[in-house]
Design a protein around this ligand. Structure first.
Ligand code: CUA
Length: 326
């Protein structure tokens, strides 16, 4: 159903229409009830006003039918709104498996982005049309918020953890990118552009930007430079084997089971003692201060690129490794 609200930005993502429709519905509902209630308040004030000084109010007993109506009808409307809103919300915040992952780092006062193939940009992000995009984002200092109005989705970018958002660009063009969390003096200037291009155009754009190595390769170099393999040598003798780790479920010393995701890996690099794997001593030193947020991204990309060689010794389940190599 093609429709466009006046005063709204362009609809440039897969979510734009459904978010606009929900917004329109909320505005119409709220306006309707505002008018009905305000109209009744004013109308009754005139209709039942006191006309001579010795007039007194008459006694009134409740009307069950009226009370049931004004309870049941709003309940149905509110529940309908909740179910609709929740459905849109869940679609907005659950990236599909095939989405291509880009990294975003916010800092006072700029956006740094990196493509899966390694290209970096500042206050710009080029994307191909029609491809689901997942942004994994973090901040180097305070809370920022990544918002592209034309895509109708936004997410806070928080120091100390990863937040994600996703969308599929459906229209080529250049769209405003804003920071929507007051983050200090130049918050208003923490803006940029997202450029959506045809796939071929995007490929030639990528080729025009010099990129020495991909994030996974940068992570591999970093892994060597930091001598991580001194313990994580793959044998599982001195430190846990990292092959095939991403996406698997592990048991922690605390007895809790967790799935190894980006946030778990990030914590394990920067604060290793926080979530020790069962059976291991907290011997790993912290790498806080030695690696920045972008380097943590690179290490995680490298870990995700490691082949799952544990499958060779364990009878392979009928599944796939897409959770490992993404
Ligand atoms: Cu960053 Cu406002």
């Amino acid at each position: 159903m093609p429709f466009r609200l006046p005063f709204f930005p362009e609809q440039a993502s897969s979510f734009a229409k459904e978010v606009d429709l929900l917004t329109l519905y909320l505005v119409v509902m709220a306006s309707f009830f505002t008018l009905v209630i305000a109209g009744m308040v004013i109308g009754f004030a005139f209709k039942y006003r006191r006309t001579h000084p010795d007039q007194v109010g008459t006694e009134f007993h409740e009307s069950p039918l009226l009370e049931l109506t004004w309870t049941i009808v709003p309940t149905i409307i509110v529940l309908f709104t909740f179910v609709w809103g929740a459905q849109v919300f869940f679609r907005l915040y659950r990236p599909p498996v095939g989405a291509v992952e880009y990294h975003v780092t916010g800092k006072q006062w700029m956006w740094k982005t990196q493509h899966p193939t390694g290209q970096r940009e500042i206050n710009e992000l080029h994307l191909p049309i029609g491809q689901p995009v997942k942004l994994t984002m973090t901040s180097e200092d305070v809370i920022h918020s990544f918002f592209v109005p034309a895509f109708r989705t936004k997410a806070d970018v928080i120091p100390g953890r990863y937040s994600t958002m996703w969308f599929t660009p459906t229209r080529t063009g250049r769209y405003h990118l804003f920071c929507t969390e007051y983050c200090g003096l130049d918050h208003a200037r923490m803006i940029g552009w997202v450029t959506v291009m045809e796939p071929e155009e995007y490929q030639s754009w990528l080729a025009s930007v010099p990129v020495p190595v991909s994030p996974a390769e940068q992570g591999e170099q970093l892994f060597a430079r930091l001598a991580c393999a001194g313990c994580h040598d793959g044998s599982g003798a001195k430190g846990p084997n990292l092959h095939g780790l991403v996406g698997s479920e592990i048991l922690l010393a605390s007895g809790r089971r967790v799935r190894v995701d980006d946030n778990y890996l990030r914590t394990s690099i920067l604060d290793p003692a926080a979530e020790i794997v069962a059976g291991w001593q907290p011997l790993m030193p912290t790498y806080r201060g030695q690696v920045g947020e972008e380097e943590v991204f690179q290490l995680i990309r490298y870990l995700k690129s490691l082949p799952d060689d544990r499958a060779a010794s364990v009878p392979a389940p009928t599944g796939n490794n897409e959770s490992v190599v993404r």
